[in-house]
Design a binder for this molecule. Structure first.
Ligand code: CA
Ligand code: CA
Ligand code: CA
Length: 232
């Protein structure tokens, strides 16, 4: 093998490794670009990345409602009814992507009532199974519909502090999904959401790993041969 071939082998191996590390999906939103600090906007619909169902409020810090958060965040219960936000973008996944879905949420911080809080990835998949490994939760094969927007819903205490939720899974089939957050609260004070992120990283298939190992092996063989030739 010539030195040129060695370089080609290294280049292929490097390209494969770079490809494996590239994120297929890389989305995040902290809502802080929606409004100036201290300028809350009731029944807001001007989100850069989200469509609104029903009504939601954009809450900013500081505010007269005595709620705490970082910059802007969303009260999922607007001023005259419950609401939801759905990402404008449908994120495309390939089969075998490693997906991380993360967000922060809190209670309404303003009254004594519990609120429902629903979230998820709204898949358009035709009932294909995803092999989901949920952090701190169940794992196994779930239908797309199991992670659909009403699939995961629970009560949030009014005084629940901000906390982070992270879900990871590997897709077993290609599909696309929109991010969903909503509530059934209809008393003007609902759960809050902030710092949403979604990433998908292509995981190399066994064949790709084999090619990478062969590439490095060939490079090593050429180096050994050159060293031998130099020593002779
Ligand atoms: Ca924020
Ligand atoms: Ca509200
Ligand atoms: Ca409420």
């Amino acid at each position: 093998m010539t030195f040129k071939k060695l370089l080609a082998g290294v280049a292929v191996a490097t390209a494969l490794m770079t490809g494996a590390a590239n994120a297929a999906v890389n989305f995040s939103d902290n809502f802080d670009g929606e409004s100036a600090p201290g300028e809350s906007k009731l029944n807001y619909t001007g989100f850069a990345n989200w469509d609104v169902i029903g009504q939601v409020d954009l809450v900013s810090t500081p505010n007269p409602y005595d709620t705490n958060g970082v910059g802007n965040y969303v009260d999922l219960d607007g001023t005259a009814g419950p609401g939801a936000i759905v990402s404008k973008q449908a994120f495309a996944f390939a089969a075998g992507d490693f997906v991380t879905f993360s967000f922060q949420f809190s209670g309404n911080q303003r009254d004594q009532n519990f609120d429902t809080f629903s979230f998820g990835l709204d898949f358009d998949g035709p009932g294909t199974l995803l092999n989901l490994q949920l952090d701190g939760g169940p794992s196994g094969n779930f239908a797309y519909s199991a992670f659909n927007h009403t699939g995961i819903s629970f009560l949030v205490g009014p005084n629940d502090a901000w906390r982070v939720a992270t879900y990871t899974f590997t897709t077993s089939a290609a599909g696309s999904a929109k991010i969903y957050f909503g509530t059934t609260s209809a008393d003007n004070v609902g759960p809050m959401v902030d710092n949403v992120s979604l990433t998908a990283v292509a995981v190399p298939e066994p064949a790709t790993w084999a090619m990478m190992i062969m590439g490095f092996g060939a490079a090593g063989a050429v180096l050994r041969r050159r060293r031998t030739a130099l020593a002779a």
